[in-house]
Design a protein around this ligand. Structure first.
Ligand SMILES: Nc1ncnc2c1ncn2[C@@H]1O[C@H](COP(=O)(O)OP(=O)(O)OP(=O)(O)O)[C@@H](O)[C@H]1O
Length: 233
C-alpha cells in the first residue's frame, strides 16, 4: 500500500521562557492508504503534536515530514497551506461547523475557498453528504443536528476536496456511545475506500476499528503499548 505521509526522526519542542517542553521525541512512522491508524495515549503525551506534524500544521524541531514523498520543512507557510488544502482533511472533536450555515453550505465551504464554482461545489457536497447518510438533513443548521450528525457533516466537509489523508483529533469525544460507532464505522469505510485515516484518541474502546495503533507516552511513540493502559476517559 502506498505511503502518503511519513515522519522520519521528527521531533517537536516548545520553548516558553526559560523552559523547553519536549512534546514529541524523534519519531519514525508511516501512514498508508487504506489504513485506519489510531494514535492512542494519555493526556499531554504528544498525540496532537504528532497529528499536527502529519497535518503540516507545525514544523518539526528536527527531522522531516513527507507528504506524498515531498519533504515539508523547506516549504514556506503559504506552500504548506497549499499542501494541506490539497492533501489533508481535518475532523475535530468540536466539529467546527459554521453555526449560521446549513449543513450543505458548510460542506461547500472548503471548495469555494479553493475557487471551485458554486454549481460544482454543490454537486460534490451533495454526494459527500449522501456518503455519510446525511442527505435528508442537508438544509438543517448545525444546531438542529445531534452531535453524531454534526460529526458526519464534518466528515463530509473533510472529504469534498478529495484528500488522500484524513486526520481526526478526538472525533468521538463529544459523542454518545451509539454515535461513536456510527462515526467510527464511517471513518473505517473511508479507509477501506482508499484514504489514509488517522485518529487521535484517549479511548481504548476504539481499538476495534484500527488497522494499526501507535501508542504515545510521555513524548515517545511506539508500536507496542506501555504497561499502563488505564487512561480511558
Ligand atoms: N503550543 C504549545 N506551546 C507549549 N507547549 C505545548 C504546545 N502544544 C503542546 N504543548 C505541550 O506539549 C505536550 C504534548 O501536548 P499534546 O497536545 O501533543 O498532547 P496530547 O497527547 O494531544 O494531549 P491531550 O490528549 O490532552 O490533547 C504537553 O505537555 C503540552 O502541554
Amino acid at each position: 500500500m502506498t505511503v502518503v505521509a511519513e515522519v522520519r526522526g521528527a521531533s517537536k519542542e516548545y520553548k516558553t521562557g526559560d523552559t523547553t517542553i519536549v512534546a514529541l521525541q524523534p519519531t519514525n512512522a508511516e501512514f498508508k492508504e487504506k489504513e485506519l491508524t489510531l494514535i492512542i495515549g494519555p493526556s499531554g503525551s504528544g498525540k496532537t503534536t504528532l497529528l499536527s506534524l502529519i497535518g503540516c500544521v507545525i514544523y518539526p524541531t528536527a527531522g522531516e515530514v513527507y507528504i506524498n514523498g515531498q519533504a515539508i520543512t523547506t516549504l514556506s507557510e503559504k506552500e504548506l497551506a497549499k499542501i494541506r488544502l490539497q492533501n489533508i482533511g481535518f475532523v475535530f472533536q468540536s466539529f467546527n461547523l459554521l453555526a449560521p450555515l446549513p449543513a450543505l453550505d458548510n460542506v461547500m465551504h472548503p471548495m469555494l475557498l479553493m475557487g471551485i464554482s458554486r454549481k460544482e461545489a454543490r454537486q460534490r457536497a451533495e454526494t459527500a453528504l449522501e456518503k455519510v447518510g446525511m442527505t435528508d438533513r442537508m438544509f438543517n443548521l448545525p444546531k438542529m443536528l445531534s452531535g453524531g450528525q454534526q460529526q458526519r457533516v464534518a466528515i463530509a466537509r473533510a472529504l469534498v476536496t478529495n484528500p488522500r489523508i484524513i486526520l481526526c483529533d478526538e472525533p468521538t469525544a463529544s459523542l454518545d456511545v451509539k454515535s461513536v460507532s456510527v462515526v467510527m464505522a464511517e471513518l473505517k469505510q473511508l479507509a477501506e475506500s482508499g484514504k489514509s485515516v488517522t485518529v487521535v484518541t484517549h479511548d481504548l474502546r476504539l481499538k476495534q476499528y484500527a488497522d494499526r495503533i501507535i501508542y504515545v507516552n510521555d513524548g515517545v511513540a511506539s508500536d507496542t503499548p506501555s504497561e499502563d493502559e488505564e487512561f480511558v476517559k
